[in-house]
Design a protein around this ligand. Sequence first.
Ligand code: PAF
Length: 280
Amino acid sequence: MQTIDSIAVIQRLTRDLRSRGKTIALVPTMGALHEGHLSLIRLAATRADTVVVSIFVNPTQFGPSEDFSKYPRDLGGDLARCSDAGATVVFVPSVEEIYPRGYSTYVSEEHVSKPMEGLSRPTHFRGVTTVVAKLFNIVGPDVAIFGQKDVQQVAVLKKMVSDLHIPVEIVIGETVREADGLAMSSRNRYLSATQRTDATTLYRALCKARDMVKSGELRSDRLIAEATHLLAQQRRIRMIYVAVADRDTMESVREVVPGRSVIAIAVWVDEVRLIDNLVL
Ligand code: PAF
């Protein structure tokens, strides 16, 4: 496995691979890799000859009061995990490499990014689309793998790829969960034991909504009310949103369309922000 921190070097390498007919899968990450990321890397290895993992804590997707400087970083451990999971190349650029002094161009999706996460993190998706567009230009992947846990991120990136005619296939890896249902996230390491117990309510609330749909309840207001009720019972949880939305447009729906609608939740567990979702 090669580790590269220079855009010029990785562009030369991927150009050479493409000229030799090799296919490339890209797994963009911000590091602090857990089993969820590793499952995406393993999925990538089934989809292409070369697996490039990028590790870059992207400053432009954090708001001014968010946890950019505190975001967990563990490059040594991440490189070992990438190698075990089957990565061929790990791209670890510096902030100056990606955003050189005077940088002033951004990519912004203007519709899918607006509700849900967009309301409470207004500049977040502009940072995500900008850095992912850059990674696509730098690596030139045939396929890019993202996790279903960030359901709105996936929808925004699919829209960006379609709107900007970027020749890459977006593949979604399933959410990997702990034994108690908590979705794996780099931010879970911030949770104390008691916060963690409360955090499992997210998945229980999602499953309750899914069970209601299975029993014929399609009204999203009823699903949202029930999920909200479950979350409200936990002292440490403050709800940011519970939404039932179309999985592609993220527009809220009054009635669930099974297989097309998603229930998504964002909460604060004390000072830790968590999100999760299920397709209904
Ligand atoms: O999902 C993430 O970890 C980040 O948003 C991504 C896609 C790597 C962009 O920085």
